[in-house]
Design a protein around this ligand. Sequence first.
Ligand SMILES: [Zn+2]
Length: 457
Amino acid sequence: MDLLIEGGTIVTVGGRARVDVGVEAGKIVQMGGIMHADKVIDAIDRFITPGGVDPHVHLTSPTLDPNGPNWSDDFESGTRAAIAGGITTVGNMSFAGRDESLLEGIERDNAEANEHSIADYFLHPVMLYPSKENLAAIEPLHAQGHTSLKFFLSFNSFDRHVPEFLQAMQIVKRAGGIAMIHCEDAAIIDCCCSLLREAGNTDARFFPESRPVQAESVSTYRAVGYSETTGCPVYIVHLASARALAACHDGRSRGVDVYVETRPLYLHLTRQRFEEEDGAKYAGAPPLREQSDVDAMWAALSFGNIDSLATDHAPWKLAEKLDTEFDATNLRQGVADLETSLPMLYSSGVLGGRITLEQFVAVTSTNAAKLFGLYPQKGTIQVGSDADMVVWDETETRIIDGATMQSRSDYSPYDGFKVTGWPIYTISRGEVVLDGKGILAAPGRGQLVRRGPHRAI
Ligand SMILES: [Zn+2]
């Protein structure tokens, strides 16, 4: 046997048990009764969870579109941050360039990730325009293991092409995939931005008013209705408000195949942050909401009404976020979160007594693995699965300081937060990629995970 993890308590969504885990050729091959291995990790008194599966990141290098977002991390620095934070598989949003087909976009991102990624990865084709060619590409992409399709209700192009997007959803449904939808209403956002400009309220602190809750809730109701109409499973990305949650709950109670993702921003921060002098650094879409929304997110996590916690990792340098060329109507969106997401959920959620460790596993790994067709290769600890595991030190406390972390973003929206519970070992396909001393793995070791069909949770 290559590796033995000895004496730890294994946690899956089904419960926990103290059992030794044996690994050979990157797979879990035995649980319990293991006598010998080349390498032994002492995990006595430690919890071991499945490696995190973060289905929503932006790590593509920005070379393609000079006008597109110029995020700070590529697959190397981004997956270094992931590994440091206990995430062993990332799902990247793959945008095709102006003159590329969806397939060419995926191939380009795959080549880049294959060369630079440290963690395993999968790719979500993003459809900005539902042209005939793009619609025709959905089934072949699914057949190649890219069993999801992302689109945005927050772009005006959506409202000009609703019938074609509904057609796309029917194709995704037939192909066994899942649609990922950004739910904010483009027309409401445009209207709010015009009103802010007319009133001269374009300072960054007005950002939350440029994309108010009704933009999110109206759009979420539409997505639920589209799922109900087409039968296509829908995954709402980065849900932020109690009202949008109610829209999903309404659909789910009628059996509509709707799943909910939130991100750490909406668990740990409120819109009060925009009153700070450098409030622009917190900008993401949707914006930070009220304390009552934060409370609703935590309640939904504990009652199983949120299925997945994803980072939407889209990092910038602080100076770029604070660039005064941008105002409340067009701030640069996104933050770095791959290194902080799981430890902060562990700290505030598990150690804070709001969710169980089993629920932590569900929302950081197992549910996403099932929804996106990676399960049981990823998302659990059982014989036959990839040996992706995190050994936790739940006594380690750190003060967040983005300037010293793995992402090339030079700040964290949580700078100064005290966080207890960090990975002491991260193991990816049987390889120890993080130990107490740092990251051990080389760029390019990460592999594309070819996915099966979506499965319900
Ligand atoms: Zn995103």
